[in-house]
Design a protein around this ligand. Structure first.
Ligand code: ZN
Length: 68
């Protein structure tokens, strides 16, 4: 299942990405599914790829706000 659009695809159509080692700079592609860690699967839709970039950037929250 694609993590962005949540549609189901055959595994051959999904790209695996794992969280980058060392903490929090997004995801790295893992086409051979060789890397440890939790896999995030992304379909071939360019819109999903674009959203995935933001999804990847999520650990860093900069909202410039106070409090929270
Ligand atoms: Zn998708």
């Amino acid at each position: 299942m694609c993590v962005i659009c949540r549609s189901r695809f055959p595994k051959s159509e999904l790209g695996r990405h794992v969280a980058a080692a060392g903490g929090g700079t997004g995801f790295v592609p893992d086409p051979q599914a060789a890397m440890p860690g939790r896999g995030h699967y992304l379909c071939a839709n360019p819109e999903c790829a674009e959203k995935f970039l933001k999804y990847s950037g999520r650990p860093r929250r900069r909202r410039g706000g106070q409090g929270e």
